[in-house]
Design a protein around this ligand. Structure first.
Ligand SMILES: [Zn+2]
Ligand SMILES: [Zn+2]
Length: 174
């Protein structure tokens, strides 16, 4: 009986994951159940693509810093549920969103992406975190598929309005 490489389920398991993100996750050569394949397509793929597409951070609330914090928190939350938990966390701790070396950043994030347990449970946790971080879901780099999954219909205009409102609040409280 075939087993899903991501959640160990034995039902509806395909020989190879067909999520379309095999280059990032190395999953196109691993068996995956439909649930995990869907989580790759709708959550992990868009999330990692968004993170990799961000520019090096210039402020503490830059999109890269926020997305990296969400990844960090999720990896820490599930640290005991996958074999390389401590390695992934150490690698993430050593990854700075301010790092201007694009190749190094890509390498580190891609490494984490292949080690994390990319299954439905972790995807649901990740979506919850994105929903909580109001501005992250508004980041223009987030893919439509992920935005839909998160139930947010944000536009560029909403993002700018929200950022301006935030800055005004910060200025007023000074
Ligand atoms: Zn699975
Ligand atoms: Zn996949």
């Amino acid at each position: 009986m075939k087993k899903c490489a991501f959640c160990e389920s034995q039902s509806a398991v395909k020989d190879f994951c067909g999520c379309g993100h095999g280059a990032t996750f190395g999953c196109s050569k691993r068996p995956a159940c439909l649930d995990c394949e869907t989580s790759h397509r709708r959550v992990f793929g868009p999330f990692f693509r968004a993170l990799l597409a961000t520019n090096a951070a210039t402020r503490a609330d830059s999109p890269r810093t926020r997305l990296l914090a969400i990844l960090n928190e999720t990896a820490a939350f599930y640290r005991r549920e996958y074999r390389d938990g401590e390695t992934v966390l150490a690698s993430l701790r050593a990854t700075s969103s301010f790092d201007r070396d694009a190749a190094n950043f890509r390498l580190r994030i891609s490494d984490v992406a292949t080690r994390l347990p990319l299954n439905g449970g972790v995807a649901a946790h990740l979506v919850g975190k994105i929903k909580n971080a109001a501005l992250v879901r508004a980041a223009e780099k987030l893919d439509d598929a992920l935005r839909e999954t998160c139930g947010a219909a944000y536009t560029q205009t909403d993002l700018i309005a929200e950022l301006e409102a935030r800055h005004q609040t910060v200025n007023r409280s000074r």
